[in-house]
Design a protein around this ligand. Structure first.
Ligand SMILES: Nc1nc2c(ncn2[C@@H]2O[C@H](COP(=O)(O)OP(=O)(O)OP(=O)(O)O)[C@@H](O)[C@H]2O)c(=O)[nH]1
Ligand SMILES: [Mg+2]
Length: 489
């Protein structure tokens, strides 16, 4: 395979921690002769050169004239027992911009070049330390927003997805091998090359009736598993990217109070003056492990004030983008015609809204501490109705569960505990392409098409799956993928 423009095993260096005031900063280096090169700018060169892998060495990074730059601890890694599979060092220097930059400058003069984005993981892949699904999960882990998204990324990093993909691939290889073997015999002996063959060729066992290909059951199982993997993608995007949940409703209903309650922080201004919130305000929260971008909006009301009107218009625009709407009413005032109209006319309002795929809405009867939710409040078209108190926190736990369940079902969840599935657009495209090829192969077999037309479809599917793990990959694909990583990873 051609190597991408990432180059060879040059000694490279990168900040592994953000540049800023902190106790420590870590600079990673890897590549040919990196230990030797680093020892030339280190106060104890012999000690560093002799250090076995997975040990720590204390000393100073020094200038050419011997002046000390910073006191550091160096973790030594020897090939192949390192993240990249090459020899390398993690230099822990003092935190703060000046110290880390000075060490980095010194490394450049010693012969290290700055690493490109993803270059460390790229080398790990090239040296067989990670397959592509694991390499991708490294970035997912770095950007995980909640504990659950971290768990899913860790599962992929541990190889769960890789194993799953490889086992589906094995099923297809079984069908492909049997099909090709059958083709080889057919060519030699001039027997039927139609799927399933004809019973009198003697090549087809009794259980392989016409309209079937050899080892067809394996291909059928593979197709089912590919479909399930493809369906897992939307749920994974929910855990990875999160969802937009908008709090809307009439003025003074308690929207900002609810926003603060969900955030567990007094962020949005609360007063008893209707029209307090004029522009929307947002924050990220975790709702049962789902990252949620929650937005507090201006209450809908007639107004002459151009600023308030703009705020209301922005609120309405946000509703169109929302994945879920929390429509809050003031229970002490009860449900008004305007509230019913909201569920009838607004995108997101009710099952019969048009278009139907817009967000569901939960009707929240707030201030239930003063006026409890009346029984049998029906006919609103809301996906759920709950009495809550933003002030006392009553029923907020139930609200969190309702939000999580509705988001999961909107993102294709089945109600079962989520298992880690496919996580990137790249994986999804390849899984879909493999599924399409297998489906076509099965369709052709059912139509008793010749096996020499079917075999290439199976091969395409096997190749697509190989591309997911990186067994089959081109320089272009690798370059595009790793360049999305951050520097130092
Ligand atoms: N009793 C009671 N009062 C509440 C509750 N939630 C909010 N309030 C009060 O209702 C008033 C309005 O609350 P806000 O949170 O500012 O309402 P809002 O919907 O953001 O109002 P606007 O920004 O003006 O649209 C405040 O005086 C709150 O203290 C509740 O659950 N129970
Ligand atoms: Mg408000």
């Amino acid at each position: 395979m051609d190597r991408p423009a990432y180059g060879n095993n040059d000694p490279i260096a990168a900040y592994a921690t953000p540049l800023g005031e902190s106790a420590l900063a870590v600079i990673r280096i890897t590549g040919d002769c990196s230990i030797d090169l680093c020892s030339r700018i280190f106060s104890r060169p012999a000690k560093l050169q002799e250090s076995p892998g997975n040990t720590l060495v204390h000393g100073w990074i020094i200038r050419e004239d011997g002046e000390r730059i910073d006191e550091v601890m160096i973790s030594v890694f020897r090939a192949p027992r390192s993240y990249t599979g090459e020899e390398g060092l993690d230099i822990s220097c003092h935190g703060g911009i000046a110290a880390a930059k000075a060490v980095m400058r010194r490394l450049r003069t010693a012969g290290f070049r700055d690493a490109l984005p993803g270059e460390f993981s790229f080398r790990a892949f090239m040296n067989g330390k990670l397959d592509l699904t694991r390499a991708e999960s490294v970035m997912e882990l770095v950007s995980a927003k909640t504990d659950l998204s971290r768990q899913h990324a860790v599962s992929r990093l541990s190889g769960d997805l890789e194993r799953d993909i490889r086992s589906v691939k094995d099923l297809l290889v079984k069908t492909l091998a049997a099909t090709e073997l059958f083709l080889d015999y057919s060519e030699d002996d001039g027997v039927s090359m139609i799927a399933g063959g004809s019973p009198d060729t003697g090549f087809i066992e009794d259980d392989e009736a016409a309209g079937r290909m050899p080892e067809q059951q394996a291909a059928e199982t593979a197709l089912e598993r590919l479909k399930a993997l493809s369906a897992s993608y939307t749920m994974e995007t929910l855990y990875r990217d999160g969802a937009l949940v908008v709090i809307a409703g009439p003025p003074n209903a308690g929207k900002s109070s609810l926003f603060n309650r969900l955030l567990k922080e007094d962020r949005s201004i609360v007063t008893d003056i209707p029209g307090t919130t004029r522009d929307w305000i947002e924050a990220w929260i975790s709702v049962e492990g789902i990252p949620v971008r929650i937005v507090d909006t201006a209450g809908f009301q007639e107004s002459e004030d151009p600023v308030e009107l703009l705020g209301i218009e922005r609120s309405r625009n946000l509703l169109a983008e929302a994945d879920l709407i929390l429509y809050l009413i003031d229970g002490t005032r009860g449900l008004t015609d305007d509230d019913r109209d909201f569920f009838r006319n607004t995108p997101g309002g009710g099952e019969n809204s048009d278009p139907p795929e817009t967000a569901p809405g939960i009707l929240l009867w707030n201030k239930a501490d003063q006026t409890p939710l009346p029984e049998g409040l029906a006919g609103t078209g809301a996906a759920a109705v709950l009495g809550i108190s933003a002030k006392t926190g009553d029923n907020i736990q139930e609200l969190n569960s309702a939000i999580a369940r509705l988001l999961e079902s909107r993102f294709g969840g089945t109600g079962e505990a989520p298992a880690a599935g496919i996580a990137t657009e790249r994986q999804k495209t390849l899984v879909d392409s493999a599924a399409a090829s297998v489906a076509e192969a099965l369709e052709l077999a059912r139509g008793e098409a010749p096996l020499d037309i079917i075999a290439p479809m199976l091969r395409e599917a096997v190749n697509a799956l190989g591309e997911i793990t990186g067994d089959v990959s081109t320089a272009d694909i690798l370059e595009t993928m790793f360049s999305r990583f951050c520097v130092g990873k």
